[in-house]
Design a protein around this ligand. Sequence first.
Ligand SMILES: *[C@@H]1O[C@H](CO)[C@@H](O)[C@H](O)[C@H]1NC(C)=O
Ligand SMILES: *[C@@H]1O[C@H](CO)[C@@H](O)[C@H](O)[C@H]1NC(C)=O
Ligand SMILES: *[C@@H]1O[C@H](CO)[C@@H](O)[C@H](O)[C@H]1NC(C)=O
Ligand SMILES: *[C@@H]1O[C@H](CO)[C@@H](O)[C@H](O)[C@H]1NC(C)=O
Ligand SMILES: *[C@@H]1O[C@H](CO)[C@@H](O)[C@H](O)[C@H]1NC(C)=O
Ligand SMILES: *[C@@H]1O[C@H](CO)[C@@H](O)[C@H](O)[C@H]1NC(C)=O
Ligand SMILES: *[C@@H]1O[C@H](CO)[C@@H](O)[C@H](O)[C@H]1NC(C)=O
Ligand SMILES: *[C@@H]1O[C@H](CO)[C@@H](O)[C@H](O)[C@H]1NC(C)=O
Ligand SMILES: *[C@@H]1O[C@H](CO)[C@@H](O)[C@H](O)[C@H]1NC(C)=O
Ligand SMILES: *[C@@H]1O[C@H](CO)[C@@H](O)[C@H](O)[C@H]1NC(C)=O
Ligand SMILES: *[C@@H]1O[C@H](CO)[C@@H](O)[C@H](O)[C@H]1NC(C)=O
Ligand SMILES: *[C@@H]1O[C@H](CO)[C@@H](O)[C@H](O)[C@H]1NC(C)=O
Length: 527
Amino acid sequence: MKSSHVFVLLWLSFSHVALSTLATDDAAALKKVWQALAGNALYWKGTDVRVKPCNAADFTGVACGSGTYSIVLSRTLVTGGPLDPAIGSLGPRLLSLTAQAINLNGQLPLSICNLTNLNQLTISGNPSLGGVIPSCLTSLTALTSLTLSNNKLTGGIPSDISSLYNLKTLILGFNVLNGTIPNMSTMTNLTSLDVGYNWLINTNNVVSLPSSLLSLILTNCSISQPLMGLLNNTISLQKFNGAYNHWSGTISGISSLVNLTIFSCRVCSLSGSMSEISSLALLGNLDINTNSFAGVVPPLNLSFLTSLNLGFNNLGGILPPSIFFQPMLSTLDISSNNFTSIGFDSSHVSLTSTLATFSAPGNKYLTGSIPLLVGNYTKLTSMDLSFTLATDTAPPYPPSMPVLNSLTLSGTAVSSFPAVLNNVTSLTSITINNIFTVVNSSMYQVAHPNLRTLTLYANGIAGSTVDISRCPSLATLEITTCTNIVSIHPSNLQSQSLTTLRLSGNKIASFDPTATVGSSSLTSIDL
Ligand SMILES: *[C@@H]1O[C@H](CO)[C@@H](O)[C@H](O)[C@H]1NC(C)=O
Ligand SMILES: *[C@@H]1O[C@H](CO)[C@@H](O)[C@H](O)[C@H]1NC(C)=O
Ligand SMILES: *[C@@H]1O[C@H](CO)[C@@H](O)[C@H](O)[C@H]1NC(C)=O
Ligand SMILES: *[C@@H]1O[C@H](CO)[C@@H](O)[C@H](O)[C@H]1NC(C)=O
Ligand SMILES: *[C@@H]1O[C@H](CO)[C@@H](O)[C@H](O)[C@H]1NC(C)=O
Ligand SMILES: *[C@@H]1O[C@H](CO)[C@@H](O)[C@H](O)[C@H]1NC(C)=O
Ligand SMILES: *[C@@H]1O[C@H](CO)[C@@H](O)[C@H](O)[C@H]1NC(C)=O
Ligand SMILES: *[C@@H]1O[C@H](CO)[C@@H](O)[C@H](O)[C@H]1NC(C)=O
Ligand SMILES: *[C@@H]1O[C@H](CO)[C@@H](O)[C@H](O)[C@H]1NC(C)=O
Ligand SMILES: *[C@@H]1O[C@H](CO)[C@@H](O)[C@H](O)[C@H]1NC(C)=O
Ligand SMILES: *[C@@H]1O[C@H](CO)[C@@H](O)[C@H](O)[C@H]1NC(C)=O
Ligand SMILES: *[C@@H]1O[C@H](CO)[C@@H](O)[C@H](O)[C@H]1NC(C)=O
C-alpha cells in the first residue's frame, strides 16, 4: 500500500518534470513564430502549451491534444512576416498547420520537414511567400492534405511527390511552379488534385494520374496529350477543369465518367461530337467554350444542369428546344456557333423554364422571330441575340418573360423597333446597334415604363432621334454614329428622367440649348 503510493508520487513528479521541460521549449518556439509574424502579444502569452485543456486565451489558434498541437494562424491576429524556423522544433508534436492569407513572406523554412507527424499543411493566399517547395517535404509521409495554393512558390513540384502515399488532397494552384507534373499514378489515396495556373510545361510529358481522383484541376498546364487518354482512367471523377491546354482528340468515352458534375474545358483544342454529354446524368455545369466541337446538340434531359456554355464551337443545325427546359438550367450560352434555328415544340408552351441568362450572339445563320422562344420564361433576366438573323415578326406565341431586363439585338434582321417587346414591361436596358437598314425614326415606337438605358449605335435611323416620351424612367439615351439623323426629337430635351444624352457622330446641324425646358433632368449632353 505504502510503496505503491510512493511509486505513484515518483512517477507523477518525473513525468511532470519531463512535460514542463518540453512545454517550455514548445511555448518558446510558438512565441518565436508568433513574434516573427508581428502577432498581437495579448493573444499568445501562455507559458505551458501542454497543459490540458488548452487555454485558448493564452495561445489563440493553438489546439492541443495529448502532447500534440494543431495551429491555425489567423489573419485577424497577426500582421505578417516570415514563418520562423522555430516551427520545426515542435517536431512530431505538430499535427496540423494552417496559415491562410496572413501575409507570410520569405520562404518555407527547411525545418518544416522536421514536423514528421504533420497530416495537414495549408499555407495559401500569401502572395509574398516565394522560394521553392522544399524537396524534403516529401518525407512527411503522414500528410493526408497538402495545400500550398495562391502563393508565389517557384521551382518544380518535387519529382518524388508520390512518396506522400497517404495524400488525399494536393492543392498547388496559382503559384509560379515550373517544370512538369510528376507521375502520380501510384498515389491511389489521392482524391483531389489542383496544379492549375502555374508555369508548368507538359508539352513533352505524359501526365499520369491515379484512378482514385474525384476532383481534378489542370488549368493552363501546357498539356498536349489526348484528353480521354487521361480521363478514361479517372473513372470516378466528379469535377474536372482542364481549361487552357492543348488537349487533342474528342471526348468519346466520356459517358463512362458517370459521376461527373462539372466538366469545364474552355480553350482545350477538343473536336468531334458532344453528344455523349447527354448521358452524364449528374452533370451540373458544362463549359466547353472555345473548342472545335461540331455536329448537332443532342436533346438533353439533365436534372441537375444549371450552366451550359457551348460558345465558340462549330455546332450547328437546329438547337433542340428541350435545352431551354432543363429543370434547373440558369445560364445558357450558345454564342458564335453555326446554329440555324431553335426548334419549335408546341408542347413547351405549357412549360416553365428556369433560365435566367440566354446568350446567342454571333450565330450568323440563326433565324427566327424574337423572342425565338416558346414557353414561360419566368426567370429570364438577360437575352443577347446580336449578330443573328432574328426578326421582329410575330412569334408563334406571345412572349412570357415577366422579369427580362436586358435585351441586346445588335446586327439582327429586325427592321425597326420590335413592337412585340413593348409588352415586356420589365425591360431596363435595350441595345440595338449596327442595323443599317434606313428607317424613319417614327418607326421606333418605344414605350417602356422601366427602361433606363437605350443604346442605338451605328443605325440607319433617319430623321430625328427617337421619341422617348413614353419611356418615363429613361436615364441614358445613346444614339451615336447614325449618319441619317439630322435633328433631336423634342422629347429628348423635355424628359424628366434623362440624365445622359449621347449624340456624337450624327448629322445634327445645330443644337438650341433653349429647347431644353426648365425642368429637364439632363446633366450631360455629348454631341
Ligand atoms: C527537430 O525536432 C527535434 C525533436 O523535436 C528537435 O530536437 C530539433 O531541434 C528539431 N530541428 C529543427 C531544425 O527544428
Ligand atoms: C492509402 O492510405 C492508407 C491509409 O493511410 C495506407 O494504408 C495505404 O498504404 C495508402 N495507399 C497507398 C497506395 O499508398
Ligand atoms: C524553374 O524556375 C527556376 C527558377 O525559379 C529555374 O532555376 C529553373 O531552371 C526552372 N526550371 C525549368 C524546368 O524551367
Ligand atoms: C497561362 O500561363 C501563362 C504562364 O505560363 C500565362 O502567361 C498565361 O496568361 C496563362 N493563360 C491564362 C489563360 O491564364
Ligand atoms: C507512371 O508510373 C506508372 C507506375 O510506375 C507506370 O506504369 C507508368 O508507365 C508511368 N507513366 C508514365 C507516363 O511514364
Ligand atoms: C484510354 O485512352 C488511351 C488513349 O486514348 C487508350 O490507349 C486506352 O486504351 C484507353 N483505355 C481505356 C481503358 O479505354
Ligand atoms: C459514383 O458514385 C456512386 C455514389 O457515390 C458510387 O457508388 C459509385 O461507385 C461511383 N461510380 C464510379 C464509377 O466511381
Ligand atoms: C427527364 O428525366 C426525368 C427523370 O430524370 C423524367 O421523369 C422525364 O420524363 C424526362 N423528360 C423527358 C422529356 O424525357
Ligand atoms: C454554317 O451554316 C450555314 C447554313 O446552314 C452553312 O452554309 C455553312 O457552311 C456552315 N458553316 C460551317 C463552318 O459549318
Ligand atoms: C408562367 O408561370 C408562372 C409561374 O409558374 C405562372 O404563374 C403563369 O401563369 C405562367 N404563365 C403562362 C402563360 O403559362
Ligand atoms: C400586348 O399585350 C396586349 C394586352 O395584354 C395584347 O392585346 C397585345 O396583343 C400584346 N401585343 C403584342 C405585340 O404581343
Ligand atoms: C419620317 O416620317 C414623318 C411622318 O411620319 C415625315 O414627316 C418625315 O419627313 C419622315 N422623315 C424622313 C427622314 O423620311
